[in-house]
Design a protein around this ligand. Sequence first.
Ligand SMILES: [Zn+2]
Length: 178
Amino acid sequence: MASVFGHAIAAIGIGKLFPKAEMTRKVYLLGAVSAMIPDLDVIGFEFDIQWESMWSHRGFTHSIFFAITWALVLLVVFHRKKGFLKHFQLGSYYFLATVSHGLLDALTNGGNGIAFFAPFSAERYFLPWQLIQVSPLGIGNFFSKWGLEVLQSEFFYIVIPSLMIGLLGTWFNKNVYR
Ligand SMILES: [Zn+2]
């Protein structure tokens, strides 16, 4: 994974791209949770799942299919009463926030590849660029030289791009969404 902080920051940046009116604190919070939830698959380490399996780390929960399903679940649970247009907008946000997790992981320089096409294919992928220092899994390991390198690479490759996306979104909100 990139670190949980990196994933959450990316989700907030992506949220800025959407029309402000629907982007309440609750929506941002759900977006940040969406960007972190794929790593719950580390529970697989407890069950001795083979890494080739689509259920191992960076497998099913990092897939496009999971992101769509998760976005639909959030709509049903938290936004049942909204109309189609708002569902489309919020659903797109939750989808992008969730799928951003796998994409950022695919930019890291360690660990498994990402099973973007699970459950249809267990094949693992990386993007062509390994820009981000892979993050340690335990919090304890985070306070180390490794942790510092993670922060540094995430600052350049997650925080700054998220800020730029946020600025672009602010511009959209001022000039396009009216
Ligand atoms: Zn991950």
